[in-house]
Design a protein around this ligand. Sequence first.
Ligand code: ATP
Ligand code: SF4
Ligand code: MG
Length: 334
Amino acid sequence: MPSNSPAIASIRDLNVHFKRRRRLAEPVRAVDGVDLDIFKGETLAIVGESGSGKTTLVRAIGHLVPITFGSVAFGGTDLENLKRAELRAFRRKVQYVFQDPFESFDRRQSIFQIVSQPLRVHNIGSTRAEIQSRVYEALEECGLEPAHEFAKLFPHQLSGGQRQRVSIASAIVLRPDLLIADEPVSMLDVSVRSEILSLFVRLRESRNMTLVFVTHDLSVAWEVADRIVVMYLGKIVEQGTAHQLIGNPANPYTHALVTAIPVPDPSQRGIDPAVKGDIADIKGIPSGCRFHPRCPYAIEKCSVAVPALAPIQAGHFSACIRNDELDLEPPHHM
Ligand SMILES: Nc1ncnc2c1ncn2[C@@H]1O[C@H](COP(=O)(O)OP(=O)(O)OP(=O)(O)O)[C@@H](O)[C@H]1O
Ligand code: SF4
Ligand SMILES: [Mg+2]
């Protein structure tokens, strides 16, 4: 389905570098040469360990961080070329849900004020009745019913899951084309996570949106996504449909992540013992393939050659110089 749809966003050689405090120090290359198309109507998960650049990438998509070089285009228009008014209109079409539902609101505002604020900012709805109907509709769609009761409450009267539903309602109230959720369930109790995940899936469908879903957890990506992109130290290392990537990972890093997905049988559980160590500090990026210090399949050349994303099969890409010779066992529990 997704690959037949037009790209809603096209990202080309995107680089977002941050200056370091120490003068003359190398900048932090948080996003380092990313190429990616996001297709209309799909759910795309962006997966990676902490510090791999997921948040910076999705913030750059919505023009929330300055792009060092490269481009992000929507419907063929480069964001850099938008005039002020156009940028405002664009902002309405791309909405975010962030990780922390506790931090995002002003505690003194009622749920009605919180969810209606984006409408006011964008001058939508000329009468109170109109605004109210959009707010109630968004609350109901997010499972906060009866809406008129929830609208009167304040954030401290809600549970974590309900607060995240409020964040989602205030994102969808603007009827965005693209909803970007950055780790929206990682701070929630495990018991409410799958309800919130199914809410995203349902809303994507009913609101006919495109959804970009950031998570460090591949099993969450598997639950929600049509396609998955895996990042490692600012670069995409593998990209494919959820089935390709989880069922038949081609890149040694993805393979290690998939092998580490917990399975019901405890004898099969655990992190791939072949992959040692933590994600390298982004400030001291390894030469060649960035994963080489941890990769069980690394050969000498891996510390020199920078692998490009190369096709494995239709829609499936991996960045590894040994793509053609490695035949990684599909992880047994999938
Ligand atoms: N505003 C900033 N100034 C300087 N460095 C930054 C800034 N934002 C991010 N970074 C650095 O860029 C790198 C990527 O950060 P980013 O937050 O995008 O990663 P992430 O994959 O979202 O991680 P997490 O899973 O922890 O949220 C990190 O090394 C981070 O310290
Ligand atoms: S290029 Fe080398 S180090 Fe990198 S993933 Fe492939 S085998 Fe491992
Ligand atoms: Mg992040």
